[in-house]
Every structure is written in structure tokens, then in C-alpha cells.
Design a protein around this ligand. Structure first.
Ligand SMILES: O=[N+]([O-])c1ccc(OS(=O)(=O)O)cc1
Length: 468
């Protein structure tokens, strides 16, 4: 048998015997399993009232809603204890305190109908409700409801009260904004996004085209009487006049202009009397919350806040004390940041949708603009805690986390978080990825070794005649 030509890899091959490699694979798999096991044992849960963690004390009541794996609404008393909890509905969305009675909360929620019957001929369907809860008595009352034929993008994520009888609704199902008298149930005004936006842009039609996820009736100042709406899939916040329709000059953002905002949630309007016009908004897919100031007929970014943990925020409310209450969905927390950008209050939650400080009014009512407050901006890079992996300055897990986040499109990255168990953070995704890769390499090598032992060899499709 001719001698095999010596390769420069031969010493390495001899050093790394098969058994040594096997031991190395086992070590990597055990370490990955340990990371995942530790994370899963620390899991935050809001699946029952008993499991919901208490919050730190603060001056007012706080309500947090969730939609996703668990649908919950939780109200914290000022001492941080859970005052009210409900998980009857499948999903809970935007909640607002009732004016003059902050311990009564109005919100939109959805029940998924899984069984075929008179309310759903082709499951799954949805039943959307606007309802009210008295947090002190626990009494719940449905104010208005509608059955809808689909579950995906079949919800109302927000409704805003105009007066005692009328509310404006963000209808994701039909890509419309409508005003309904909840006593007569007559829809008195309706704007259809198709009247202004091409069906070819935005999300897929008809599954989830505009995804109108927020509405606000503007009560004072220059824009008084108009309705602000958030078209998530068009990356735009629009202003609607009930006679003229879309006020194009006021639109904030444009389709796929991700530098401005990327699939935003929960914009709040701050009028001139409080330093506006300004809009505080969760720039969800960009992982930050931000504010735009209206200057010379244009929107200019006046503030932004993010940190290393922030992932898919969906709400930001400016409070009367100058702080901002932020719902960080995939950061699994609700936080309050002060005027210098420091976190001064935080409660954990599995997949929070939005949060309200009840005695401060709905959303950012009572809060002043970032410009008026001279708020300090903060980006994730600036918030870097300096943990660079120790004295060697090497952080392989951090490197892999960043690599995964950079390589995957934002929407896919966030969708993975949405479907994965709550305890799966970026580190756990890296651990699972490393374990899968190790397993694949191990299986591949074992196959190769077996074939080689059986006398089956491999060579490149291009080779030198007479070679191995
Ligand atoms: O729970 N849902 O069905 C749900 C949650 C979030 C969601 O996306 S969001 O951008 O509207 O928050 C859509 C549907």
C-alpha cells in the first residue's frame, strides 16, 4: 500500500483522538444543557395570580396587560402587592383608567373560539370585547363586543374613549378605525386604510395587512378632535380628521423607513400645552422607545431610550413626574425610567403588552414632552454595562448573541422570542444553537469514522491522479 502523503494536520489529528473529541462534545452539551436548565428554573410566570411577582412600591396603582402565551390583566397596589388579577380572556391589550375613577379600567380583550358552533363555523375565530373592570369590587362589564371570523390579526388592540357614549376602535380585522356609540351600537364614523394606502404595501393582504394597533382621540390643542392611529405594518402614525380624512402632512414615518420607526406600537400624543406637539412611541422592531417633536411642519426625533436588555418594547407613557413607563415585551419587564434615563422601578412580566399608572390618566396624559423636560437620551450601546467577559476582554456568548441578532431579520428574531418559552433569552438561544451544532458535528464525525473503519474513504471531486 502506498504511503499516505503527510498532511500538516496529522499531528493535530493524532492529538485529538476520537475519544478526546467525544469528551469535548459531551462537555459542550452538558454546559449548554446547564445554561438552559438554569434559565428554565428561573422562569417568570404570570399564569396564575399566585405566580405573579409583586412589584416594588410606587405612588400609584399600575396595570399591566399581556397577550401571547398567557392573557392576563394585573393591577398592582401602590405597595406593590397584586390588587387584581384576571386571565379569563385569551388576550388582553390596551387598558386605560376611566376619567375621574382611576380604579375602574377600560380595556380591549379577545377570546379565541376554538370549537365549531353558531359563533364560529370555521375555527379558530375571535370574540373582541371592550370591557370595564372595577378593581375594588372585581366586577367586570362588557361595554361592546363583536365576533370576528379569524384569529390571526383578528383582534382589537386598542379603543379610546371620546365621551360617555362614544369610543374609537382600532380594528385590525378590517384594517379600519371606527367610532361607535356603545349604547346604541351604531357605528357613526369609519375610516378604511385602503382609502389611502396601497394594498401592495404593508403586511400580507388579507391576513394581516395594516395591523392598526393603536388609536387616540386628541382632546386639546391644534389637533383637537382628530384621531391618531398607528398602522404598524406601514411603519406610520397617521392623523385622521373626521371630515377630511387623512391629514397627510402630519404623518410620522413612512413605509419601510426603518431609521424613523419600525413596526411601532402605542404612540401617545403630547399637545402644545405640555411642550408638544410631540409623539412618544415604542419603536418595537428597533428595540427602543422614542419621541418626535413637531417643528416647522416636520417630525424631529427629540428623545430615545434603550438598554442592553430591551427587546420589542410595545408601550411608553410619559408620566406627570417626567419619568417614562415602558413596557418591554421580550425584555419581560415593565420599567420606569427617570429624566436622566436611570431605571427607578421595575416589575417582571412574561410578555407584557402595555402598562398604565392609573392615577396619572390614560397613556401620556399629564406628561410633558422630552423637549420641555430636556430629557437625556440613552442608547443600548451607551447603557453597555462594561461586562466584557472578564480580564481577557473576550465574551464569546455576547459575541454569538450579537451575531445571531445581526444575521436574523428583526421580525424573525422577535417572532422566535414570541413563540419560545419565556425563559429563552438570547443566551439560551445561543446555548441551544451551540448544542445543536455540536450534535450535528458529532453525528457527522461518527458517521465518517464508521465509514472509514469499514474502508470507505472520501476525496474531493477534484483531485491529483495517483494521489490518495
Ligand atoms: O396575542 N396575539 O394574538 C398577538 C400578540 C401580538 C401581536 O402583535 S402586535 O404587534 O400587534 O403586538 C399580534 C397578535
Amino acid at each position: 500500500m502506498p504511503d499516505r502523503p503527510r498532511s500538516s494536520l496529522d499531528p493535530v489529528r493524532s492529538l485529538l483522538s476520537r475519544n478526546r473529541l467525544r469528551v469535548a462534545f459531551v462537555v459542550v452539551l452538558v454546559l449548554s444543557a446547564a445554561v438552559v436548565a438554569t434559565a428554565s428554573s428561573d422562569e417568570i410566570s404570570t399564569a396564575s395570580r399566585a405566580a405573579v411577582p409583586d412589584a416594588p412600591p410606587t405612588e400609584n396603582h399600575t396595570v399591566v396587560t399581556e397577550s401571547g402565551r398567557a392573557g392576563t390583566i394585573t393591577a398592582y397596589a401602590p405597595d406593590g402587592e397584586v390588587l387584581y388579577y384576571n386571565n379569563t380572556r385569551t388576550k388582553y391589550f390596551d387598558a386605560d383608567p376611566v376619567a375621574g375613577d382611576p380604579l375602574t379600567v377600560e380595556y380591549t380583550a379577545t377570546d379565541t373560539i376554538h370549537t365549531e358552533g353558531p359563533t364560529c363555523s370555521e375555527p379558530p375565530c375571535a370574540r373582541n370585547v371592550i370591557e370595564q373592570v372595577d378593581l375594588e369590587t372585581g366586577e367586570v362589564e362588557v361595554l361592546y363586543e363583536r365576533y370576528d371570523y379569524k384569529e390571526t390579526a383578528g383582534e382589537w388592540h386598542d379603543a379610546d374613549r371620546i365621551n360617555e357614549t362614544h369610543v374609537v376602535v382600532a380594528d385590525i380585522v378590517a384594517d379600519q378605525v371606527f367610532v361607535v356609540n356603545t349604547e346604541t351600537e351604531v357605528v357613526e364614523w369609519l375610516w378604511d386604510a385602503q382609502s389611502e394606502f396601497p394594498v401592495e404595501e404593508g403586511g400580507p393582504y388579507p391576513e394581516d395587512w395594516a395591523h392598526i394597533n393603536d388609536v387616540e382621540y386628541i382632546e386639546e390643542g391644534e389637533m383637537s378632535g382628530t384621531i391618531m392611529a398607528s398602522l404598524r405594518n406601514q411603519d406610520q402614525v397617521v392623523f385622521l380628521d373626521r371630515e377630511e380624512g387623512l391629514l397627510e402632512d402630519w404623518t410620522l414615518g413612512s413605509e419601510d423607513d426603518y431609521d424613523t420607526q419600525y413596526e411601532q406600537h402605542n404612540p401617545d400624543y403630547i399637545p402644545e400645552s405640555r411642550g408638544g406637539p410631540a409623539v412618544v412611541v415604542a419603536d418595537s422592531e428597533n428595540g427602543r422607545v422614542q419621541e418626535f417633536q413637531r417643528e416647522d411642519g416636520e417630525w424631529t426625533r427629540s428623545w430615545e431610550w434603550s438598554d442592553d436588555r430591551m427587546q420589542w418594547p410595545r408601550d411608553a407613557d410619559r408620566l406627570p413626574n417626567g419619568n417614562t413607563l415602558i413596557t418591554d415585551t421580550h425584555g419581560n419587564r415593565v420599567i420606569e425610567v427617570n429624566e436622566s434615563g436611570a431605571i427607578v422601578w421595575q416589575v417582571e412580566s412574561t410578555l407584557p403588552y402595555e402598562a398604565e399608572r392609573l392615577e396619572t390618566g390614560a397613556e401620556s396624559e399629564g406628561g410633558r414632552s422630552a423637549q420641555a423636560l430636556d430629557l437625556e437620551s440613552r442608547t443600548a450601546a451607551e447603557s453597555d454595562d462594561g461586562d466584557d467577559g472578564g480580564s481577557l476582554g473576550v465574551d464569546p456568548v455576547g459575541f454569538l448573541e450579537n451575531l445571531i441578532e445581526t444575521l436574523l431579520p428583526h421580525r424573525i428574531y422577535n417572532a422566535l422570542f414570541f413563540v419560545a418559552p419565556v425563559w429563552m433569552g438570547a443566551t439560551e438561544f445561543v446555548a441551544v444553537g451551540v448544542a445543536l451544532l455540536t450534535g450535528l458535528v458529532w453525528v457527522g464525525l461518527e458517521c465518517r469514522w464508521r465509514l472509514r473503519d469499514a474502508g470507505v474513504g472520501f476525496r474531493l471531486p477534484v483531485y491529483r491522479r495517483g494521489g490518495d
